[in-house]
Design a protein around this ligand. Structure first.
Ligand code: ZN
Length: 111
């Protein structure tokens, strides 16, 4: 058993000190309470660490997806209203919301 990284000697010293300070009658009660508190704190710390790591991973993933979306943008789909580039599949401009589907009919093609 290695709580807080203390050795057996130090643990014994702490136990003796606790015996002197708290008294032999209340010692078991206080010790069990202390153990429960330590276990609770450890669990909370673990939960916090897990949550922090998850949020970090989520943020990294979002950033990656954003970068991917930025590189995916195809050239050619330029908004006629504001000039912002959008994906070829996009129906509306991501910048100003103009309709990108309504393109001027290219007449005069073929014969
Ligand atoms: Zn636009």
């Amino acid at each position: 058993m290695d709580i807080f990284g203390i050795g057996a000697g130090e643990l014994f010293l702490i136990l003796v000190l606790a015996l002197i300070v708290i008294g032999p009658e209340r010692l078991p009660e206080v010790a069990s309470q202390l153990g429960r508190t330590v276990a609770d704190l450890r669990r909370q710390a673990n939960q916090l660490t897990a949550e922090f790591q998850r949020s970090l991973e989520l943020a990294a993933q979002e950033r990656k997806e954003q970068r991917l979306a930025a590189t995916v943008v195809a050239p050619g789909a330029v908004c006629p209203s504001c000039g912002a580039r959008s994906t070829r599949e996009a129906r509306y401009c991501a910048s100003c919301g103009a309709n990108l589907v309504e393109r001027p009919a290219d007449g005069g093609s073929g014969g």
